[in-house]
Write a protein that binds this ligand. Structure first.
Ligand SMILES: NC(=O)c1ccc[n+]([C@@H]2O[C@H](COP(=O)([O-])OP(=O)(O)OC[C@H]3O[C@@H](n4cnc5c(N)ncnc54)[C@H](OP(=O)(O)O)[C@@H]3O)[C@@H](O)[C@H]2O)c1
Length: 274
């Protein structure tokens, strides 16, 4: 049966490789990305493969909540069910940037948009046979959550923002399953390890040079997606699971504390309601 995959950040790196994989398998794929040019390249490639009818592009900057909400509306108006939501959009910022809506950029696109998409599409996923949300970030990471300053107004650092974002996504997974004890949707958190991708970001020359070094010894994308495709094809039976590459990680360790997940969930809802 035809399955529908929604992939954010599907215009580059891991997301792009997954989009092409599932299109080539005959599935329906919705790519969400902020580059019109890369979106056109995706649609052109699909057309060349004779798969134009199954390839979709939604142009959106996911650092803006208004655009994330418009993505949800657009998917809801076009599809009655989705089988997989794959969250890959990520952009590194050396300097702190506040969006036009007043949120710190990393917090907004790496956490808030994933929160909105996960909860906002949950019922469409529930209609699928073996639905899965795959949140690709950095589960089990050692970043610190700055509870009193989640948007790092004081002491912003790009790496700190990203590491904190990984922790927030872990708690998003915990809170998602906590809020839906009856759900069939599997929430999977996955760290792909170092992968030679686009590394979308605003970097200083020094950091860019460090990234170039990391990329030279990182896994190629085609190898990195092997365990990811495995999880998407055969999601774990438990509501919440976590992996580092293909190695399972307990989703019950300190990084996945239920009390913290509930605290973050409430804080997030308050932020989004204001
Ligand atoms: N690569 C690694 O070594 C590594 C390691 C650990 C975890 N991960 C995780 O893996 C996931 C995929 O990363 P990747 O390495 O494949 O990244 P990538 O190659 O840099 O691709 C990121 C994608 O996200 C898009 N994007 C960025 N900001 C966006 C926004 N505001 N709105 C919409 N789309 C946006 C980018 O679009 P543009 O190209 O237009 O910017 C691009 O398509 C991320 O969640 C990342 O945290 C990666």
């Amino acid at each position: 049966m035809l399955k529908t995959y929604v992939i954010t950040g599907g215009t580059d790196g891991i997301g792009k490789a997954l989009a092409h994989t599932y299109l080539d398998r005959g599935q329906e794929v919705v790519v969400v990305g902020r580059s019109a040019e890369k979106g056109k390249a995706w649609l052109d490639a699909a057309r060349q493969r004779g798969a134009a009818a199954r390839a979709h592009f939604i142009h959106a900057d996911l650092s803006l909540l208004s655009q994330t909400r418009a993505v949800i509306d657009s998917i809801r108006s076009a599809f009655a069910k989705i089988d997989a939501l794959v969250l890959c959009a990520r952009h590194f910022r050396t300097t702190r940037l506040v969006t036009a809506e007043g949120f710190e950029n990393t917090f907004a696109h790496f956490y808030l948009s994933r929160f909105l998409l996960s909860h906002g599409l949950a019922d469409l996923l529930q209609s699928a046979h073996t639905p899965v949300i795959l949140n690709i970030a950095g589960p089990g990471g050692e970043g610190e959550i700055h509870w009193e300053d989640l948007q790092l107004a004081r002491g912003y650092d790009g790496q700190r923002a990203l590491m904190q974002g990984g922790r927030l996504n872990d708690l998003l997974g915990v809170a998602f399953t906590d809020a839906r004890p009856e759900t069939r949707v599997r929430y999977v958190l996955l760290n792909p390890g170092a992968v030679d991708t686009g590394f979308s970001g605003q970097y200083t020359p020094d950091v860019r040079a460090q990234i170039d070094v990391i990329r030279r010894s990182a896994q190629p994308v085609r190898a990195a997606i092997v365990p990811i495709v495995k999880v998407l094809d055969d999601p774990p039976l438990t509501p919440l699971s976590a992996f580092v590459r293909d190695v399972p990680l307990s989703p019950h360790g300190p990084a996945f504390a239920l009390g913290e997940a509930r605290r973050l969930h409430l804080l997030t809802k308050t932020l989004l309601d204001n």
